[in-house]
Design a protein around this ligand. Sequence first.
Ligand SMILES: C[S@@+](CC[C@H](N)C(=O)[O-])C[C@H]1O[C@@H](n2cnc3c(N)ncnc32)[C@H](O)[C@@H]1O
Length: 247
Amino acid sequence: MGNVGESRSDRIDAGEGGTDRAIAASWDAEYRSGRYIGEPPLPFVDDIVAAARAHGLAPGCGLYVGCGNGRNYLPLVASGLDLVGLDLSSVAIAQLTHRASERTDRLVCGNISALPAGARYPIVIAIQVLQHGDEVTSHRGVQAAKELVAPGGLLCVRVNAVGSEVDYEHDVEERGDDGRCTIRYRAGPKRGLAVHFFSAPELRGLLQDGFEPVLPLRRSVTHRATPQQGSWSQWEGIWRREPARPR
Ligand SMILES: C[S@@+](CC[C@H](N)C(=O)[O-])C[C@H]1O[C@@H](n2cnc3c(N)ncnc32)[C@H](O)[C@@H]1O
């Protein structure tokens, strides 16, 4: 693993059209208004810890892409995972730094390009982050996350699933035969942003080469609290990268 202290960065490499800046601005506003504060960790955290222990990776180090302000990051660290926390939102990183000042040198504001070149991590966690952008962008994100996993390491993913009921006005910009789609919000906190919803075959296909499932893909459904209506679906899965072949 590279030394994250060397690459600590407040730089955000804006994608085409300044997309990363727009995503960061949207999430900055969410965190300023209290998003996730006081929320318990997702149950998926227990699966990640169990898989890490089963594969001899906990205690140990790793990377959490899109760590947010800590609802999952902090319990994962408490379980013995020494995670670099990476997030585009400077407000998320500031709040997380405030909650866990001893982790300051492991927290990085930026996208994957802020990590040391060639860095590989025994465990890579991406929870509700790889869905930002259109299909090409979100597929690139999955590929980039795969490349960050060391041989024999684990990739833990939770992403938007088809079947989610979107509560804000939006346009559907892309739709595949298997149901996958990309929407662009016309209203709400993500107004103007594109978000991708993966189908199960799409995600399995992306994770096929060089990886084997450890926790097979499953759907996690969250019902909105009344007076809101409808439900949100996420895919959750854990994959192991093939170990390096002996020479
Ligand atoms: C839905 S929130 C989830 C936060 C956290 N994983 C959790 O479950 O509490 C998505 C987070 O991903 C971050 N994010 C979006 N795109 C990113 C990227 N390309 N690189 C790093 N962080 C990103 C956002 O700033 C936001 O904090």
